[in-house]
Design a protein. Sequence first.
Length: 166
Amino acid sequence: MKRAINLFFFIFLFSCNHSFAQITSTSARGFANLIVPLSITPLSGDLDFGEIILTGTPSTETISPHEGKLFEIVGHPNRFVTITFDDVQLDNSQWILIYGGNMGTIIFVPDVELENGKKIQSGDSARLMREGLLGKLRLWVGGTIDIAANQPPGDYRGLFVISVSY
């Protein structure tokens, strides 16, 4: 009987603890900012300096931005994007593999500007202009190369990379 009373008392205490439990609550607001993904696409033009005759004297060749390569950036309307790019080393290594000769390099220095003519330096920001539900921005890329007096002949190639980020 003592055991039954102890068991009853234990069950009674256990149930009492639960019957006096306190419930509290609070709330918080949720938030999400859904943005249009960012992309950059080449549209038209090129960065081909064409055939350059070696004369034994140094020269500088230029492609103006609006005669170069056009890129379109698409993203969230009115957001600012940061535009980055670097100088590019062009070399004639593929030419040498086929025809032989001396290795040479040329540095391509990009000249980047917005469609409205505003110059852009690497690391500058520009606003994506609203076009419907999207933000768009067009960039023109040209640039210069310096040809040395003793520049080895060949087809000089390199890869220009332009990046954009929110």
